[in-house]
Design a protein around this ligand. Structure first.
Ligand SMILES: *[C@@H]1O[C@H](CO)[C@@H](O)[C@H](O)[C@H]1NC(C)=O
Ligand SMILES: *[C@@H]1O[C@H](CO)[C@@H](O)[C@H](O)[C@H]1NC(C)=O
Length: 288
């Protein structure tokens, strides 16, 4: 009886601590009027982030490749209550694009509080076929352009004590099948931005880097690609977008969506061979 009582007590304390650490401390006012530059803003999670930022009354510069789609997203953002919205079409495989985009945002918004790096290049979801050229191109789009955008914006973010949000994936923490090049670009982001986070702290620069680890999200592109190939249920893009925005506003170093990805990442290296068997069981072995 006494033991049961003690265990109950311990469970209550743990539940209380979890509730405390996971409580929602998000204050929407912290984003009202914030100056945001958002990449990959035309579809998927980026588009949903644009709408959430608009509802919170941010001032936004949207960028992606396709002008007609950006125009539509901009119109919806204005309807939803964004203070100001601008867009600039840009292809992040071009080495000049990052600097041009940051300069455009600076000119339009007069500064920057949030830089949200979210765009990705189109990549096949299949077994490695030896296309090294594709890997090189994807590295430019998913990694080198992130570094260039962050470098161009860092002096501005330092001034505003801003936030740099880097959208990544579970496969940027734990490798999964059919994502060789993609996984490599996302691991590279973790290495670069985690090292940069150290340096910002050492230099006493108050710029937060929020690294976002996302699972399978129900965007059109992801659903199309993974159909018949993975046995996992996707999570909604709008909720993923809101979780990212809240995490960045709260200046968290990492966010995980869905939340249980954090447990998987923490346990990553405990039982590697069992881990790989479990991971492979979620993928269609007969697909190429
Ligand atoms: C390499 O990939 C890029 C981008 O997909 C493409 O434009 C280029 O033609 C490719 N080059 C070769 C040699 O395949
Ligand atoms: C696995 O992939 C094969 C080949 O694409 C497909 O025919 C089959 O339906 C898939 N299996 C499942 C359970 O989705």
């Amino acid at each position: 009886m006494i033991l049961a009582g003690k265990m109950l007590c311990a469970a209550a304390v743990i539940a209380g601590l979890l509730a405390f650490f996971w409580r929602d401390t998000f204050n929407p006012d912290s984003i009202a009027g914030a100056r945001v530059l958002l990449t990959g803003a035309s579809t998927g999670i980026g588009e949903q982030m644009a709408y959430h930022y608009s509802r919170f009354g941010a001032e936004i510069v949207l960028t992606a490749r396709r002008e007609t789609v950006l125009q539509k997203v901009m119109e919806k953002c204005l309807q939803l209550g964004a203070e100001k919205v601008f867009y600039i079409p840009a292809d992040m495989s071009s080495p000049q694009a990052p600097e041009e985009v940051v300069q455009f945002a600076l000119k339009k918004l007069g500064g920057l509080d949030h830089l949200v790096l979210n765009h990705i290049g189109v990549t096949p979801f299949q077994m490695w076929d030896g296309d090294v050229n594709h890997t090189r191109w994807l590295m430019q789009v998913n990694f080198h352009s992130y570094v260039a955008l962050a470098s161009a914006a860092l002096p501005i973010l330092t001034e505003s004590k801003g936030v740099l949000t880097v959208v990544s994936s579970l496969t940027g923490k734990i490798s999964t099948p059919f994502t060789t090049s993609y996984s490599a670009t996302k691991f590279a982001l973790d290495g670069f931005f985690s090292s940069l986070r150290h340096e910002l702290t050492m230099q006493k620069k108050d710029v937060c880097i929020t690294f976002c680890v996302l699972g399978l999200i129900d965007t059109e592109a992801a659903m199309e690609k993974t159909r018949d190939k993975v046995y996992m249920s996707p999570s909604p893009a709008a909720e993923a977008a809101l979780t990212i925005i809240k995490g960045a506003a709260n200046r968290e170093r990492e966010i995980f969506y869905p939340w249980w990805l954090e447990l998987i990442c923490r346990l990553r290296d405990w039982f590697p061979s069992h881990r790989d068997v479990v991971i492979q069981s979620f993928y269609n072995h007969t697909s190429t």
